[in-house]
Each structure stands twice: as C-alpha cells, then as structure tokens.
Design a protein around this ligand. Structure first.
Ligand code: 7RM
Length: 640
C-alpha cells in the first residue's frame, strides 16, 4: 500500500525527513491523490502576524475529496464493501454497501441537494443517528462543495440551534427518531424546537428511521425518500480549491460558546488517509471498526474520511456498548471478523467492570490491532484490553489528537512502535511537538513535563474558527507566540515517549467528550432559582472525569431544596444535552473568589477530589470562610 510505513527504521527515517523538509515530505504523499490541478507551492504559513494564523497547504491546487474516495478507488473496489452498518438491535438486518453502491447513493443525494438550491459554500447541518444516511449526507455535501456541520444527535434543541445559527445553515438533515439501546429519541421534535429559533433554515430533510409520528411542515420539511425520488445519479464533483472549507465541527473550549473548528479540503484529505493507514497498519481486505459517533471528530476522520480514502471496509455501529448486554462489541467483532478495533478508554473501563465472560464467550481471533482515543487510558484498562481482548497479541495504539488537529498526532504505529501502557509514545512523521513551561520556554531533551504545543503546521490542522478568526488566534496561537497550543499537559519520558496528562484549561474530559466548564455554568445559571455556579472536574472511575457543580441559589423552601438538584440536571440537559449533566451538585452559600472576583477553581477542584487538606495558597481569597463552609457542608448529591 502506497505511503505505508512498514518498520521502525523506516518510521525513524521518515520522521527525520519530515522535520528536515516538511514540504517535500508531504508533497510526496500528496502525489498519490487525484487532483484536478496540482499546487503551485506546498505550504504558505505564519502563526504570528497580520491575520494570523495563516496556513495554506497545496496552494492553488484543485480537488474534490469524494473523487478520491470514489472515482480513484472505483477501478479496484467497485464491488468491495465500503461500509458495514450494524444496527442498534442485533435482530435487525445489517446493511453492506459496496464502493459502487455508496457512490450511487452519494451522487443521488448530492443531486437532490443541488435541486433545492444548495450550492458550494452553503452550510448544511446534519443531526442524524449512526445510520448509513449520515455518511451519505456528509459525502454528498463534500461532493457539491457544501460545508457539512454535523451535530451529535445527543445535543439538545438549544445546543443545536446555537450551532446552526453560528454557521447560518440553510438546511438540517435529520431523522424522525434515533434508536439507542432500549431508548427511542425523538430527533425531529428536537429539530422543530431548534428551527423555531433558526431564521436561516429553509428546509429540513427527514429520514424515516424509527417510524414515530412527526410533524411535517409543508414546503419546509421533506421525507428523505421523497427528497431523492426520481433524482438521477449522474453527478460531476464540484472542483474545490485545496483550501476551501470541507467541514465545520463545533467543540468546547474553556470560555464562551463552542467554537466552529474549520477544516479545509486538501490538507485534511491527505492527512486523514496517511494517518489512518499508518497508525492502524490497514491492509487490503481488512475489516476496520471505530466505535465512535460520527458527530465527533473521531467519526469524521476514522469512520468516514480516513478509511474510505484508503479504500478500507469500515464498520459503522448504531448502538451502545452495553445493550442488549455488555458483550455487544465483542459479538460484533466476531460477527464481521473485525481486524482493527478503535474505541475510547471510557468504554473499556465500563466493560471491564462487567466481568470477563462477556469477552471470552466470543471468538476474537480476527483482531490484529486495538486502538484508543479521547482521554488518557489508565494502566488497568490498558492491561485488560491488551491481555483479555487482544489476548496479548494485538498492539494497542493509544492515539492522541484533537478536533482541531483533524487527525492523529502522537501515537504508536501498530506493531511497529514498541508500546508502554498509558503512553501515546511518538509523534507521527510531520508532527513537531514541543513542551514548554508556563512562561513559554522550551523544555528541551527527555524526562520533561510541560505544556504540549506544536511548532510547525501539518496538513490536517484547523484553519480558523468559523466566523471569528481572531478567536482562533486568541485560543490557540496567542499564549505562546509562534506555537499551536493544545491545551494539554504532557510528559516526555527518558526515551522521548509522550504521556498525555490531560487538560490544563477549564475543559473537562467526560467519557472522552469535551465539556467546557463555562458552558455548563451558563446552562445551570438558566435555572430561575440559581444565582451563580462554578463547575469543575473530579476523578471518576468510569468516565475519567465527572462534573462537579457548586451552586448558589436564591432562598429555597424545603420542598424546593428537595427537587433543586434534579431540576438543575434537567436544565443542563435542556440547554446542552444529557452528556453535560453534573454528576455531583453541591448547594453552597458562597464561592471562593479572589479580590478581583475570579473564582478559584483550583480550590474547588481540590475539594472535589476529596483532598481539602492541601489547598495551597489561599491568601488572595476575599473570604476564606467560604472554603471552610464548603468543606464542612459537603452535602453532596451523587444520584444521577
Ligand atoms: C480525538 C478527540 C481532545 C482532547 C485532547 C486530550 C484528550 C484525546 C487522548 C487524549 C490522552 C489520548 N478530540 N485526548 N486523545 N488524552 N490520551 N490518547 O478526542 O477534541 O474531542 O478531544 O481529548 O485532552 O486535548 S477532542
């Protein structure tokens, strides 16, 4: 397979090459893609200066990413399965789509979008469960040059509306409902509520998935099957500039509303394919399964774009790991003879807690590579995954990366890089990580711990935050001039391996999902009885981090006191979604603040960790009594 590294020596050599001559390195890789017109220059960039960051890969090149998935692969793979869809209910029949079949569906949906006037540059919101139509819709957008903005179907109407409005989307593609385990979630009803607050939305397209009753507005809402009825499959791909936007994906940060991370076409394409085939060491004919939801970046890059560009067979799973029972993942691995399996540490920890029999009852001998993503994997989970799931013979790739990086950055290459439990190991070729101290001084050499930054552009990196380029600079490039700030702390060990420690900012990683503390606080504060709140993360056995909310309320009666916690959780669910519900809520009289009015989260974090004996410097506190009161009154609710 072209551009696939096959040995450690080759990796080391490629890495050297990629640092000595990044443009030459990526140029060679990009040669294997299909371009309408090649670049005048490989890279044009600055992280600092007027309108920074400015990053242009494959300057003036013309390309369409779906031609690289379909036309480029069609000769070899027309009848090879591209997508295997495993439904929520194991009794329901799976769907397999070959490259040829998927291509026809993508072109047809693309033509249907064109027919109602969606065109290059328009933003299309997609709010769908994990069904094949989600992949079809996103690739149809890419086909015509429309920008997809996929919103995870667990977000609330308010969260959806915020995202749709930020990107002024013209259309929302959704379904009547979603199946998740035993639950049915009414997605169209959520969309209706959102659309009422979204003046830019002219249309919705509604897939019939669950069959529940929905309200359809004449002229605005179309059933998916009516929308494509009689629409042909002849379609020529829109020719895109390499730097035209491919998609927007919203992600949480430490302040304000979620940011629309913008990825452009050419660089993302090159990076998604290169990282996929190298990290997972994918070989022709392998069956690859990533359990993520396409609503997150992992699904974008490693269910859809990376695998399909490579010509892989990619499994897409609608359900949850624990339904009908805790053996579901392994039953599906057995059913399709999965070779590469990629999931999140939170899922591994949850399944580990259910006992070994769920794993041992299935034949997992097809597995060759195991992957993790989203959060640090603790050693116990790593060992269980390695020893029990992989029977000690499958390398684990602990892949560190972010929505903003577009693809995997620090990771072992499966079977090539010697691994150590809980270490993401080494940067991929083309990636130049650096550790800095809080003042921004580089920490050189091995055995260092600091703030993880990246000092040179890579093709998959974000280009801007939608509609607010200054915010992109402010968030990622202003803290340490000339460096991309990841927001993570990391250690480099004695042999140069990286261990990712976790976020250094006010972002909580709950079950591998990024939740901004400010967002949760804003949601809690919507409750009419709440005056103020402060949210921190605390260690949680399964989720990695749980959400701990300290809340100041107006005078509450006894009966109000009884229901307030539940009401706060409901409020958060309503404004963001169930994933952001606080695990613990403590009603307090005051919050620890500095004289300048800043909440000292450090103290709240310590209390949340149960380590109130060592609070560090509290001399800047306006009222130290507040801390005592919080500790003693630690009346904490743990129900959820
Ligand atoms: C892919 C994804 C990004 C944040 C990132 C880290 C954390 C991701 C790992 C990890 C330790 C890993 N995108 N993170 N992977 N921490 N080891 N292998 O998760 O934008 O949603 O989150 O996730 O804190 O900054 S994301």
């Amino acid at each position: 397979m072209v551009n696939k590294i096959t040995s450690l020596a080759e990796y080391l050599q490629k890495y050297q090459e990629s640092v000595a001559d990044p443009e030459g390195f990526w140029e060679k890789i990009a040669e294997s893609h299909y371009w309408h017109k090649k670049w005048d220059k490989v890279l044009d960039w600055y992280f600092e200066g007027e309108n920074a960051p400015n990053v242009n890969w494959f300057v003036n090149a013309k390309v369409n990413i779906t031609e690289n998935i379909f036309e480029r692969n069609m000769f070899m793979r027309k009848d090879q399965v591209a997508l295997i869809w495993e439904p929520n209910d194991p009794e329901e029949k799976e769907i397999k789509l070959t490259y040829g079949e998927l291509f026809e569906k993508v072109k047809q949906f693309a033509n249907a979008l064109l027919k109602i006037g969606i065109k290059k540059g328009d933003r299309v919101a997609i709010y769908l469960p994990m069904v094949p139509e989600l992949t079809i819709a996103m690739l149809a957008c890419a086909r015509i040059g429309a920008i997809h903005s996929i919103v995870f179907a667990g977000f609330s109407a308010t969260a959806l509306a915020d995202r749709v409005n930020d990107a002024t989307c013209n259309i929302i593609i959704t379904s009547d409902g979603a199946h998740r385990g035993t639950k049915t979630i009414p997605l169209k009803a959520v969309v209706d509520e959102a659309v009422a607050k979204c003046p830019s939305v002219d249309y919705t397209v509604v897939l019939n998935r669950t069959g529940e009753a929905v309200d359809m507005v004449e002229g605005r809402d179309f059933w998916w099957h009516d929308f494509i009825k009689g629409v042909g499959t002849e379609n020529k791909a829109e020719v895109m500039d390499a730097e035209d936007i491919l998609f927007i994906l919203y992600t949480s940060g430490s302040t304000g509303k979620p940011k629309g991370v913008v990825h452009s076409t050419g660089g993302y394409m090159v990076y998604a394919e290169y990282t996929f085939k190298n990290v997972f060491q994918y070989s022709d004919g392998d069956i690859y399964w990533c359990t993520a939801d396409i609503g997150w970046v992992t699904g974008h890059s490693y269910i859809v774009y990376g695998p399909l560009l490579t010509g892989a067979t990619s499994v897409m799973f609608e359900g949850v790991p624990t339904w009908p029972d805790a053996g579901r993942f392994w039953q599906v691995v057995d059913k399709y003879k999965v070779n590469q399996f990629y999931t999140a540490p939170t899922a591994i920890r949850a399944l580990l807690a259910q006992g070994n029999e769920w794993v041992t009852k299935y034949d997992l001998s097809s597995l060759k590579v195991l992957g993790t993503v989203g959060e640090p994997i603790n050693e116990e989970a790593w060992r269980w995954y390695h020893d029990l799931v992989g029977k000690g013979r499958c390398p684990i790739v602990d892949t560190w990366w972010q929505t903003e990086t577009g693809g995997i950055m620090i990771t072992p290459l499966a079977g090539i890089t010697p691994t150590k439990p809980s270490l993401a190991t080494l940067p991929l070729p083309g990636i130049q990580p650096i550790l800095v101290d809080p003042e921004g001084n580089e920490l050189k050499g091995n055995s260092q711990e600091g703030i993880l930054c990246i000092k040179y552009p890579w093709p998959g990196m974000l280009r801007t935050t939608y509609g607010d380029h200054k915010r992109c600079y402010q968030t990622y490039f202003s803290t340490y001039r000339g460096l991309y700030l990841t927001g993570d702390g990391a250690k480099r060990d004695e042999e140069g391996y990286y261990r990712i420690i976790g976020r250094i900012d006010d972002v909580i990683n709950v079950s591998g999902h990024r939740i901004g503390t400010a967002e949760v606080e804003d949601a809690i504060n919507q409750h009419p009885k709440v005056n103020e709140s402060a949210v921190v993360g605390y260690p949680h056995d399964i989720k990695g981090s749980g959400i701990y909310a300290y809340v100041i309320c107006e005078d509450l009666s006894d009966t109000e006191m009884e229901t307030i916690e539940e009401e706060i959780r409901d409020t958060v669910s309503k404004f963001i979604g169930p994933i952001a519900k606080p695990d613990k809520i403590q009603i307090v009289n005051g919050l620890p603040k500095t004289r300048s009015g800043k909440i000292m989260r450090r103290i709240l974090r310590k209390i949340g960790e149960g380590d109130a004996t060592n609070l560090g410097d509290t001399s800047t506190l306006l009222d130290p009594g507040v801390v005592e009161e919080i500790i003693s009154g630690a009346k904490v609710s743990v129900k959820r």
